[in-house]
Design a protein around this ligand. Structure first.
Ligand SMILES: [Zn+2]
Length: 266
C-alpha cells in the first residue's frame, strides 16, 4: 500500500490564480466567526446571484476565527460588486471582507493573502519545471561540484526537518519518518513509500520525485542529490550516526520510480 494508506488521491490546486478568458472574476477574502453558518449564508448569496466559486480555501486562525478566500466568476452578477460586499458584510459574523478586482487579460492572481504558510510554516513554492531548469544549469556549469552542493543542501534540510518535529512532538523514529514522508505528499515533493525500516537502515521508494522529473528517461544514471541528501539528513538526525544513501533506481534512467537504500553505519 502507498504512503498514507490511501487507495486513491486527487490533485490539489494551491490558491494562486485563475485563467478564464471570457469570465468576469473577483477575489474575496473574509475574516469570520461561526464559519459553517457564514459559509451557508455566503454560498446562499452566491446561488441567489448566479456567482460561481472557482477555487478557495478555509482555515481556522484561532478558536472561532476563520479566514476564507475565494476566486469567483461573477459574469452573471447583476448589480455592483460593492453591493455584493455590503450584503455579505451585513452578516454579523463577518468581521472583515476585502476584494481584488484586478485582472490581466482573463487572469486573476491572489494578491489578498500573504504570507503563504503550509502547516503554519512560512513557505514559498517553485514550479517543478523551474527547479528542474535550475538543476540542469547547475550540473552543466559545475558538474560533480553541483552534485555535492545539492546533496549538502538536502542534508541540512533533512536534519532541520527532524529537529523541528522533535522540538514539537514526542514520537518514535518510524513515526517521525512516516510523518515527514506524508508531508512530502502534501507539499508536492513526491509520493514516498517506506518499503523497509530497521535500526540498520531503510528502503524508500519515491514516485514522481520533483528533483528527478525534469530528467525523466534522459540519463544513464541516477540523478537525485538533493533528496538523497535530505534522506541522509533525516536518518543522521534520527539515529545520531553516519549514514549512506544510494539511489539504486531512478526515473532519470528509465526506472518506474526513484528507490533509495539507506544504510545506518554502526
Ligand atoms: Zn531519481
Amino acid at each position: 500500500m502507498e504512503a498514507g494508506g490511501v487507495l486513491r488521491r486527487y490533485p490539489k490546486e494551491l490558491l494562486c490564480g485563475e485563467y478564464h478568458a471570457n469570465a468576469k472574476m473577483i477575489e474575496l477574502s473574509l475574516r469570520v466567526r461561526n464559519a459553517p453558518l457564514v459559509m451557508r449564508n455566503v454560498l446562499g448569496i452566491f446561488i441567489e446571484k448566479g456567482i460561481k466559486p472557482l477555487s478557495g480555501f478555509i482555515t481556522q486562525i484561532e478558536e472561532n476565527l476563520f479566514q476564507i478566500g475565494f476566486f469567483l466568476d461573477i459574469s452573471n452578477l447583476k448589480g455592483e460588486v460593492d453591493d455584493l460586499m455590503k450584503e455579505i458584510k451585513s452578516n454579523e459574523d463577518v468581521i472583515d471582507i476585502i476584494v481584488s478586482q484586478e485582472t490581466f487579460n482573463g487572469i486573476i492572481i491572489d494578491t489578498l493573502h500573504f504570507p503563504l504558510t503550509a502547516f503554519d510554516e512560512k513557505s514559498f513554492t517553485f514550479r517543478v519545471e523551474t527547479f528542474g531548469g535550475i538543476l540542469k544549469r547547475l550540473y552543466d556549469k559545475f558538474g560533480t561540484g553541483a552534485a555535492v552542493i545539492l546533496y549538502e543542501m538536502g542534508l541540512t534540510a533533512g536534519e532541520s526537518k527532524v529537529k523541528s518535529i522533535i522540538k514539537k512532538h514526542r514520537m518514535d523514529k518510524l513515526k517521525i519518518l512516516k510523518l515527514i514522508m506524508a508531508e512530502r505528499i502534501a507539499k508536492g515533493w513526491c509520493i514516498p513509500e517506506i518499503v523497509d525500516f530497521s535500526s540498520k537502515g531503510a528502503v524508500i521508494v519515491c514516485h514522481e520525485l520533483f528533483e528527478c522529473l525534469h530528467f525523466k528517461d534522459k540519463q544513464d544514471k541516477s540523478i537525485s542529490q538533493f533528496f538523497r541528501g535530505y534522506l541522509a539528513g533525516i536518518f543522521r538526525q534520527l539515529f545520531n550516526k553516519e549514514v549512506s544513501v544510494t539511489e539504486v533506481e531512478c526515473i532519470a534512467k528509465g526506472d518506474p520510480a526513484c528507490k533509495y537504500v539507506i544504510e545506518v553505519k554502526s
